[in-house]
Design a protein around this ligand. Structure first.
Ligand code: ADP
Ligand code: MG
Length: 670
């Protein structure tokens, strides 16, 4: 059992190792598959993108970005006449990503918006509002931009004063829409661009100028020394800046979004920012880069796969363990069932000769439950085994592996064998077998072989006695013929003749009885058979002056095993003779009753008491003195009747007599 459990564990370990390796290979294949899928997806998107762009551009091979000419550093025309700035650089990146040239054209802000609406340009960067949403379609945000107010450094305006202020704002700018909505009482002065507004501020014609923070910072830096400005409190708003396109460009939006996403993930906008601001300002909406996202995604995927594999493995291991436990339980039950159903009695004792386990057979015999026996000494069974024989036999068999010890207990004979148990715990296995029947059979075989030998001897002797008898008979006959015989001589001769006849009958009986017929069924003349048995008991019957009556037709015959029948009759007659005192009477009958033959043997002897009736056919049951009875006679009768497929019954009254009735199948047709 122990070794099996160890094997089972090793098997489970091996199995789980193989399972983990299998799962790891599967996970690798899965991850590679996902990578390849993304790769293929990117390729397909690339092809789709160029197809859509080419279809859209038709006979052009470039896109036009048109936006504000004067909002440094976002986009502006420099003193050298070149249109530059953050978004202009961004367009170069976008061109690279899209794989198409983007030409940049500076306009006044209002014109830039108008051109885009009319489709003269393709792209412009801006905030979103409802009005613009009517004319354009938008991409995802490219960065977040804060808008604020700038005032002269010596003024004390705060955010709360906005509604009372006069503020310069660029025509067409999103700020106008914002101000009208949130600060309706503020006085707005529309200007061409922020630079013009700052001029008005310096001349104190307005209280403040509204503009994007990078732009305001740019001018503050430019005009340092000439005038001192300050940015009022916190930003007015922070809005995402998107790329707008004419409404009929909608099909380009997904492609633009992809390119924007890619630029973000590469961190290129940050580099542009550093170029224009020297530092990484919060111009960009800081989003986790896609590359990192992918790493996180795959990391999570692998972790999930590992956790999944481990938990699947765990649960499958648990399932396996449950299965194996059930199997073990089944095989344990099976073993226990076999242990319980072995006809021999089995006891397992520990080193101190206390009971560890006992099978059903011995428990039932002892009338105890397993709970009552475990941990108790074997003497607990002694009550059932009456006496110390069991303990003595046990003591004798300990240490002699497998040696048989026989002991008699009541009417039964037991055989005990002990085997040492070499396991985790040392102990002894005891088997106890009721061998009474075996003993009887053994004795019977011995007896019958003895009888056979005696029988053959007797038959031989009888045969040899026949010759001298016939010589005697012949000579008495010759003597009778002589004329000088007196009366006394004649009486002597008659006496001799009678005794010679008697000796002849005895010899006939002996010869008949021992006539070997084997086991086969033969034609049996019942009357003749009865007579030959009675002949054997003539002498003892005469001594007791027993009157015999036989009621059986001379011609009555049936098919039966004659030897068995003789055994039956002999034992019944012997018991009847034993049971009767002087002057008893024995009545034997044989008759047909339908399909059966009925044989009765009735005596008027001592009878059988009720308590003895129960044990009558048991082997070794005898009420006779030692040396006179063996207690096997009726047992043999019973066995033989069974063998002939017949039935036996007995009626008896103590002091009045006994009648045995035997029913045998009439096998005449056989
Ligand atoms: P045994 O004759 O050696 O004692 P049996 O088996 O032939 O053994 O008989 C068992 C017992 O049954 C006898 O000892 C006797 O007590 C009882 N018994 C058998 N036949 C008769 C009978 N005809 N009358 C009274 N008792 C009988
Ligand atoms: Mg007998």
């Amino acid at each position: 059992m122990e070794r099996n459990a160890e094997k089972e564990k090793r098997y489970l370990r091996e199995r789980s190792r193989r399972y983990i390796v299998g799962c790891a290979v599967l996970a690798c294949v899965l991850i590679t598959g996902v990578f390849l899928f993304f790769e293929a997806k990117e390729k397909t998107e690339e092809i789709e993108k160029s197809f859509v762009i080419n279809k859209y551009l038709q006979n052009r091979d470039y896109l036009i970005y048109g936006a504000n000419e004067n909002s440094p550093p976002v986009r502006f025309v420099d003193t050298d006449g070149v249109y530059k700035g953050v978004v202009v650089d961004y367009m170069s990146l976008l061109a690279l990503e899209l794989g198409v040239e983007i030409r940049t054209e500076p306009y006044k802000w209002e014109d830039a918006l108008q051109n885009l609406r009319e489709g003269k340009t393709d792209i412009c960067d801006m905030y979103i509002n409802d009005e613009r949403a009517r004319d354009y379609v938008f991409t995802d945000p490219i960065y977040n931009l804060r808008t604020g107010l700038i005032a002269m450094a010596d003024t004390a305006f705060t955010f709360d004063d906005i509604n009372t202020m006069c503020i310069a704002t660029e025509r067409g700018d999103y700020a106008n829409y914002y101000m009208e909505k949130n600060f309706p009482d503020a006085e707005l002065r529309y200007v061409g661009n922020v630079e013009e507004g700052i001029g008005l501020l310096i001349e104190e014609e307005v209280d403040a100028v509204i503009g994007d923070e990078p732009l305001l910072s740019y001018y503050m830096a430019q005009l340092e020394g000439e005038a001192e400005f300050r940015i009022i409190n916190v930003a007015l708003y922070e809005e995402p800046v998107v790329l707008a396109m004419p409404k009929d460009h909608a099909q380009l939006i997904p492609i633009m979004n992809q390119a924007i996403q890619k630029i973000k993930s590469q961190g290129s906008l940050e580099k542009i920012q550093q170029k224009w601001f020297g530092i990484s300002t919060p111009l960009i909406l800081v989003e986790p880069e896609r590359k990192y996202l992918r790493i996180v995604f795959f990391g999570t995927l692998i972790a999930a796969a590992v956790i999944g594999i481990v938990s699947i493995n765990n649960s499958s291991l648990k399932k396996l363990v449950r299965m194996r436990t059930a199997e073990l339980e089944d095989s344990r039950n099976e073993l226990q069932m076999i242990f319980d159903n072995i006809p021999e009695y089995i006891l397992i004792l520990d080193e101190n000769q206390k009971i560890v386990n006992a099978n059903k057979g011995i428990l039932q015999h002892a009338g105890l439950s397993i709970g009552q026996c475990i941990g108790k000494p074997v003497s607990i069974l002694e009550e059932k085994f009456q006496g110390k024989e069991l303990e003595q036999a046990m003591n004798a068999s300990f240490g002699r592996s497998g040696e048989r010890q026989k002991f008699k207990n009541g009417r039964d004979i037991y055989e005990l064998q002990a085997y040492p148990v070499d396991g985790k715990e040392r102990g002894t296995l005891l088997t106890l077998r009721n061998v009474t029947l075996d003993e009887i059979n053994r004795k019977q075989v011995l007896q019958s072989s003895k009888m056979m030998a005696i029988g053959e001897l007797a038959a031989g002797m009888a045969h040899q006695i026949r010759n001298p008898l016939s010589i005697i008979r012949m000579h008495t006959y010759m003597l009778r013929e002589s004329e000088n015989l007196n009366e006394e001589d004649c009486r002597s001769l008659t006496y001799i003749d009678e005794n010679v006849q008697k000796a002849g009958r005895i010899i006939d009986n002996v010869m008949n009885f021992w006539h070997i017929s084997g086991n086969q069924i033969e034609h049996v003349k019942l009357r003749r058979c009865i007579n030959s048995i009675l002949g054997l008991y003539e002498n003892p019957m005469k001594k007791k002056s027993i009157r015999v009556e036989v009621r059986c037709d001379e011609a009555m015959s049936f098919f039966c095993n004659e030897e068995s029948l003789k055994h039956i009759l002999m034992n019944l007659v012997a018991n009847a003779v034993d049971a009767m005192d002087y002057g008893g009477s024995l009545f034997l009958s044989g008759d047909r009753k339908g399909q059966e033959v009925v044989i009765t043997c009735q005596d008027n002897g001592c009878g059988i008491s009720e308590e003895n009736m129960e044990n009558l056919f048991n082997p070794f049951f005898t009420t006779k003195d030692p040396g006179k009875g063996t207690g096997l006679g009726l047992f043999v009768v019973y066995s033989e009747v069974e063998k002939l497929s017949g039935k036996i019954s007995v009626e008896s009254r103590e002091g009045r007599g006994t009648c045995f009735t035997i029913l045998l199948p009439n096998r005449e047709e056989a």
